[in-house]
Design a protein around this ligand. Structure first.
Ligand SMILES: *Cc1c(COP(=O)(O)O)cnc(C)c1O
Length: 376
């Protein structure tokens, strides 16, 4: 039997029931379930605004674009981000003609506040924080830096669905957060995401931008008889980024189980911790801050012989992953090569172990045994 890194679990009958409702009603697009999901997400997180999208990548792009449009940022202005992330985080900055300035990571593999502060220049406009694996890292210190230097704060919360910090969903201080509900995330749909702006006016603008820049207010005003439905205005060069009711239908079911599912992920993490506790000289689990209840999207260890270990595990039908390759190793971000030594070093030493709801303690013990056997 093979053990994969991720294997999403769906409550199939419940999902089909929600989807059936869309099909029978003849409403699979924007509206209906997307609105219901947005409302449920606001309730769950306590955020004032939430807009459902077709992906987190789209959301990150719009987060940057809208802050750029409304704050007078110029091409070439800088945003500080992490090199240990899925490349979509940093592409979002580059889409808008802004420069990605990479800061190094700390022991949690999240942005290191000290290096962030060193990388601030008079062109810095924002910090983009990634809660890697569901961890909050030193989020609170990043918030302080943003206040002190008057920088915007954007959170790539792709791994953070369900994460708590000091018992609460973190991010109220951020200008915008973006969640991913992509196929292997903690709240998997097939592809979708959510963007949560602090300010309502940006949420409103975002809703226009995710539908080609169409301003529906124009026809809403003259729509008493429904005759002028086509008479909307187009204010901006927007995109087709909004989510649909089929994805939202799946999301609504997944959200009901998010906290229970994440609790089981934390149980798996505990079992891994126990398995490695007498082998910390060669296998170092990446810790989560004590005031953080992580969604546990990932369980990452640091080892000396990562590539060999990965091959040995594959031979035993265990398929871990690597999160992530140092983005400054990619050709398009190579201008920053050498600027984040810790991220670079860790990128060659980290391994993400299988973490999903179909795993049992038996699986975790088996994986631990093999890792202990093959790590040097
Ligand atoms: C998955 C992921 C994204 C992109 O999410 P999509 O919904 O697939 O666009 C962005 N950032 C991180 C850290 C991710 O893991």
């Amino acid at each position: 039997m093979t053990i994969q890194l991720f294997k999403p679990t769906f409550r199939v009958e419940e999902c089909l029931e929600e989807i059936r409702e869309c099909l029978e009603k003849g409403w699979t697009g924007l509206g209906f379930k997307t609105i219901e999901f947005e409302e449920k997400w606001k309730e769950y997180t306590g955020f004032k605004n939430a807009h459902f999208l077709n992906s987190a990548t789209a959301g990150l792009h719009l987060a940057i674009k809208i802050l750029k449009m409304t704050n007078g940022w110029q091409d070439g202005d800088e945003i500080i981000s992490t090199p240990l992330t899925f490349v979509s985080t940093n592409h979002a900055i580059a889409y808008e003609g802004l420069k990605v300035v990479f800061a190094d990571v700390d022991e949690y593999l999240c942005l290191d506040p000290k290096d962030v502060e060193r990388k601030i220049t008079n062109k810095t406009k924002a910090i983009l924080f990634v809660g890697l694996g569901g961890s909050t890292g030193k989020y609170e210190e990043i918030v302080e830096i943003c206040k002190r230097y008057k920088l915007k704060l954007i959170i790539d919360a792709a791994h953070m669905a369900g994460t708590r910090l000091n018992g609460e969903i973190p991010g109220k201080e951020a200008d915008v957060l973006v969640y991913s509900f992509q196929a292997v995330k903690n709240l998997p749909t097939a592809d979708s995401g959510m963007i949560c702006f602090k300010e309502e006016k940006y949420d409103k603008l975002c809703r226009e931008m995710t539908w080609l820049g169409i301003n529906k207010d124009t026809y809403a005003r003259t729509n008493d008889k429904g005759v002028y439905k086509w008479k909307y205005d187009v204010e901006y060069l927007g995109y087709k980024y909004h989510g649909n009711s089929i994805m939202a239908a799946i999301g609504l079911v997944q959200l009901k189980y998010l906290d229970i599912d994440n609790a089981y992920r934390r149980q798996l993490a505990k079992w891994y911790d126990e398995g490695f506790k007498n082998h910390l000289d060669k296998i170092k689990p990446i810790r989560v801050p004590i005031n953080c209840e992580s969604s546990r999207h990932l369980y990452i260890i640091e080892v000396n012989n990562r590539d060999d270990l990965l091959l040995a595990l594959n031979e035993n039908d265990i398929y871990p992953g690597v999160h992530y390759r140092d983005n400054t190793e990619y050709r398009m971000y190579s201008y920053a090569k050498g600027t984040c030594p810790n991220a670079h070093r860790m990128s060659n030493r980290v391994l993400s172990l299988p973490m999903h709801l179909r795993m049992t303690k038996y699986d975790v013990d088996y994986i631990c045994e093999k890792i202990i056997k093959y790590s040097k």
